[in-house]
Design a protein around this ligand. Structure first.
Ligand code: HEM
Length: 547
């Protein structure tokens, strides 16, 4: 009897040991670096990539501590991301090669890399992640809508005006409640910014007024907040293979349902739209609908491109505006300098015929007038440089064995990508003051600022909108939208970042401050600040620290 029991325990022990050994072997096989990966660049230890599982660090801190030194020295590294080893580059020479040769470094987003995943079910095959014939097809349909010239920016200005009204109302409510430190405390800006971004996207790309500022908490808006949280869950972001088993992870089953609900609701919302600001059918949604009706694209392609337009046309601007409120709310001298440029645009001398010297204000400038402000333009570029919303992307795959920039040998079928934050803050590229927010570095006249943007983009020193063949098609709109919202916000509001707020950037995904709060004071249009003097606010917080 005793010997039977002993044999059983031995068997159990052997089975357990075998199970542990095979799990370890499997894990080793899963996370090992393939032999053919380049040897002349360093490897970022895998625990850095999965940091988000246990650490609260922002992506700027993670970059500074572990990625900056090897990347600034070697220009590229091997890095674990989305369940495999990839090459991440920041050296401009390597990036020029990558971005110029889309035939060799082909776009391949989640739909190719991890087609079973939640993110792939959200984005599908679309204009941003497609390659070859599909990309050409989507571009021919959508480019006219994406790049349509906005001669009348008044509807956009009205949405921005409404946005400022909502922020100021919220501040009044907080002040009335008298919470926080007796001065009322600041407004949590992101939820209101999201409503603004969705509204602007709706009227410009979907030809529908979603009325998010007027009617908060609609289902489409709620879904955005859920989707953003769901996508960047560190465990599933780093190990997307887990998405293969939704029955084991009920939260992922729910995530798939949410993505489906979002697609269905979006399609329903745009097909029931009544607003026809652009009755000529010139918006992206019109082009996609026409192509679907004519059988040029499938329903799946229609849905994927509608969704990606919806997401990309609001999310990046949303996060850039968060960063703007942070930067200008801590560098109030820059805020004031911008305000004086804006005020000089809108103040019109009056009574000159009668020999008077008064001024009136024109708060409704034209697109051309907005575009004539150099400092406003430079502030936005500097925001994009230091807080690029798309800070890192690894969504290209090599189509043959190749040598990136003549320096890094890349095996066939290897994913490669870039880090814009790294490029934009590298002192070898931008000088010793690379981390300082200094809009003047872009130039002082619109014409030379344009020239600078062009040359820095071509050289891949500035890649906030990517560069070369696959650069952003919404860039023109995005910059105009930012100019208009800052015009309206800076003109009417003087603000500081809530002193109780401590900066923390997102730990991955779109780069932006998390949970930002700002204390806002309305500027009566005679120039003085209501209640608190603009100067007092400025003196409190001027931030000459690197951003
Ligand atoms: C601040 C705002 C924006 C930023 C920072 C931004 C950034 C980018 C970046 C980095 C890429 C390249 C992506 C890649 O390499 O996979 C891109 C591509 C793209 N963006 Fe934007 N974007 C912005 C706004 C917009 C807007 C408003 C739209 C309008 C729908 C838009 C539409 C597109 C499209 C269609 C592409 C793909 C172009 C192609 O591959 O041919 N973007 N954007």
């Amino acid at each position: 009897m005793a010997s039977i029991t002993m044999n059983w325990s031995l068997l159990t022990w052997t089975n357990t040991t075998l199970a542990i050994l095979s799990s370890l072997l499997l894990l080793y096989w899963y996370i090992r670096i393939p032999n053919d990966m380049p040897k002349n660049i360093p490897t970022i230890p895998i625990y850095i990539s999965i940091m988000g599982l246990w650490s609260e660090m922002g992506q700027d801190d993670i970059y500074d501590k572990w990625l900056r030194p090897p990347l600034e020295k070697h220009g590229a590294v091997k890095i674990w991301f989305a369940g495999r080893w990839n090459i991440l580059a920041t050296k401009p020479k390597l990036l020029v090669d990558m971005f110029r040769h889309e035939d060799i470094y082909a776009k391949a987003g989640s739909q190719k890399k991890i087609p079973w995943s939640v993110i792939a079910s959200l984005v599908g095959d679309n204009i941003i992640n497609a390659h070859g014939e599909n990309w050409k097809l989507y571009t021919s349909i959508m480019k006219p809508g994406l790049q349509r010239r906005i001669t009348d920016s008044f509807p956009l200005l009205m949405k921005c005006r409404r946005f400022v009204d909502v922020l100021l109302d919220e501040q009044k409510n907080i002040d009335a409640r008298g919470d926080a430190r007796g001065d009322g405390g600041g407004v949590l800006v992101n939820p209101i910014i999201q409503r603004w971004a969705l509204s602007c996207m709706g009227i410009n790309f979907m030809n529908v007024d979603l009325e998010c500022l007027e009617k908060p908490n609609q289902r489409l808006e709620q879904l955005q907040s859920i989707i953003k949280k769901t996508l960047f869950k560190p465990l599933f972001f780093n190990f997307p293979d887990l998405d293969r088993y939704p029955t084991l992870f009920p939260q992922r089953k729910r995530a798939f349902q949410i993505m489906q609900e979002f697609g269905d609701l979006l399609v329903e919302t745009v097909s029931n739209r009544t607003m026809t600001t652009d009755a000529d059918g010139s918006q992206v949604v019109d082009g996609l609908e026409k192509a679907l009706k004519e059988g040029i694209i499938t329903t799946e392609q229609y849905r994927a491109n509608l969704k990606v337009t919806f997401l990309t046309a609001h999310e990046n601007a949303q996060q850039l505006l968060n960063s703007a409120i942070w930067v200008l709310g801590t560098n109030t001298k820059i805020q004031e300098k911008l305000r004086s440029e804006i005020q000089s645009l809108i103040s019109i001398p009056t009574g000159t015929a009668a020999g008077g010297t008064g001024t009136a204000s024109n708060p409704n400038p034209t697109t051309d007038q907005i575009n004539s402000l150099p400092y406003l333009y430079a502030v936005i570029l500097e925001l994009l440089r230091l807080y690029p919303p798309v800070s890192q992307l690894i969504n290209r795959v090599s189509t043959s064995n190749t040598i990136l920039g003549g320096e890094v040998s890349i095996p066939n079928h290897t994913w490669v990508g870039w880090n814009a934050f790294g490029v934009h803050t590298d002192p070898n590229i931008w000088g010793t003051d690379a981390r300082i927010f200094r809009p003047e570095r872009w130039g002082t006249e619109v014409k030379n600022i344009h020239g600078n943007v062009r040359s820095k983009t071509v050289q891949c020193h500035f890649i906030a909108f990517n560069a070369h063949s696959r650069k952003c098609l919404g860039q023109g709109f995005a910059v105009l939208q930012m100019k208009i919202v800052l015009f309206e916000f800076v003109r009417r509001v003087s603000w500081i970042v809530d002193p109780g707020y401590e900066l923390k950037l997102t730990s991955g995904g779109i780069m932006a401050p998390l949970g930002l709060k700002a204390i806002m004071r309305e500027i009566p249009q005679d120039g003085s600040v209501d209640g608190v003097s603009g100067h007092d606010i400025a003196a409190e917080t001027d931030n000459q620290q690197p951003c």
